[in-house]
Design a protein around this ligand. Structure first.
Ligand code: TXA
Ligand code: MG
Length: 402
């Protein structure tokens, strides 16, 4: 990958250190964790050492996707995250805390009442809330200054905060005693990583270490909600569904407005992340919505796209609920006269399985099978489907509506 930042050190030896989430327990919400496995403790301490003595970011697991964390209080550390990912500077980072206590004591953020019912149910967990960016008085200059680095917030008047549920993420934040700015640990535009090896593929040489705590359980990023505006908004669908927000949020969240999934490059948006190409494997993705068994729609697509009919094409198909795998395999073979390979994989049919498998399957088709083209079967935009379809729509170069 060519770097936007020529001064960047691209030759770090990236170490991948194993950690066992099951060996960690928290006695109370605010305490330091107890770590029963010595290797996990030593490797966590290595990561804490990087975070507290350098400005380099580290990869770590959360329940949603792997994050790339560094101090949210430091400009230099926040900048190093953008550099490692080649992330556009105007896309702010989520700040991760280990407890509500840390939110209040270290970030000096009071928790607005509107978030109480949501935080009571969904924290720790895959919910990110937007808060007014806190300020403090600098003891030497007497000036009012932002608490969170303005590189991390891109100077916005708000800051997005999340309390992750993953024991490794919480232990890392609690033990380093630093709120961590952490975007997903993919290279910008690539699908979010759900294993340590995905992080290594994208960022090796660019970061000093990755904590490997196994695959992420949720598989899509956190839901971002903004209760600083009236009516409140759901800015990014994610691990907590719109239905769950309405069910548990009380009257103030009953009329929550769902933000648009995409925006033009020069449009001013509340979630700048939506402007950019996202979640994209190298192979073009064709998304099929409401296409039944998929047989007719795929046949029609192949008839009108001769450019696919090249020798050694690799056609990948990711199915969910209705696509007929056997019939699709035959229709592809019948349509392509040149030698080719067809790889068909089910993402599952339950929403939670589809979410968990989505990014990892896109990467597998791309990185392991070198797919020429990826066909994906869409699902209804309810429950987990809203987040899944949001990511698929952004990953797709073509959307076919049946
Ligand atoms: O699950 C997650 O949220 C993962 C894990 C690592 O915690 N993190 C993650 O971060 O997905 P990232 O940077 O890939 O996505 C953060 C999103 C972006 O769309 C960004 O524009 C939005 O949150 N965001 C950040 N700060 C914001 C703010 N103050 N107001 C509105 N949106 C904000
Ligand atoms: Mg991301």
């Amino acid at each position: 990958m060519t770097s936007l930042y020529p001064d960047q050190d691209l030759h770090l030896n990236t170490r991948v250190l194993p950690v066992d989430p099951a060996s960690i327990s928290f006695r109370s919400g605010n305490s330091l964790p107890t770590v029963s496995d010595p290797t996990t403790l030593a490797n966590l301490q290595e990561a804490v050492n990087v975070l507290t003595t350098t400005t380099k970011p580290v990869g770590f697991p959360t329940e949603t996707v792997y994050g790339l964390g560094a101090s949210a209080l430091s400009d230099e550390a926040s900048l190093a995250i953008y550099k490692a990912k080649n992330r556009p500077a105007d896309n702010p980072l989520i700040v991760h805390v280990a407890s509500i206590d840390q939110l209040q004591q270290v970030l000096h953020c009071p928790l607005p009442e509107i978030y109480r019912p949501l935080v009571d149910v969904f924290w720790p967990g895959p919910l990110t809330i937007v808060l007014p960016a806190p300020t403090t008085t600098d003891p030497t200059s007497g000036k009012v200054v932002p608490v969170v680095s303005s590189i991390c917030t891109h100077g916005q008047e708000t800051v997005a905060v999340r309390l992750p549920a993953h024991p490794i993420a919480r232990a890392l934040i609690a033990m380093s005693n630093i709120p961590l700015a952490a975007p997903s640990a993919n290279a910008s535009t690539r699908p979010s990583p759900t294993t340590a090896s995905h992080v290594f593929t994208d960022l090796h040489g660019r970061i000093p270490l990755i904590l490997d705590g196994g695959p992420c359980n949720v598989g899509v990023e956190s839901t971002v909600v903004d209760g600083t505006v009236t009516p409140p908004r759901l800015l990014r669908p994610g691990g907590i569904s719109l239905e769950q927000i309405k069910l548990h949020g009380g009257p103030l969240w009953s009329n929550v407005v769902v933000g648009k999934a995409t925006a033009d490059a020069n449009e001013v948006v509340r979630t700048p992340g939506m402007k950019y190409k996202h979640y994209s494997p190298r192979a073009p993705v064709v998304l099929f919505n409401n296409c039944g068994t998929g047989v007719e729609a795929i046949s029609k697509y192949l008839k009108s796209h001769d450019e696919i009919k090249t020798p050694s094409a690799v056609i990948a198909v990711l199915t969910t609920r209705l696509f007929d795998q056997e019939a699709i395999k035959s229709v592809i073979s019948d349509s392509l006269s040149t030698p080719h390979e067809v790889i068909i994989k089910s993402l599952g049919s339950a929403g939670s399985d589809i979410s968990r498998n989505l990014f990892s399957a896109l990467r597998e088709m791309d990185e392991d099978h070198h797919a020429t083209l990826i066909f994906v079967e869409g699902i209804e935009e309810s429950d987990e489907g809203l987040a899944v379809m949001n990511r698929l729509t952004k990953a797709a170069s073509t959307v076919i509506d049946g």
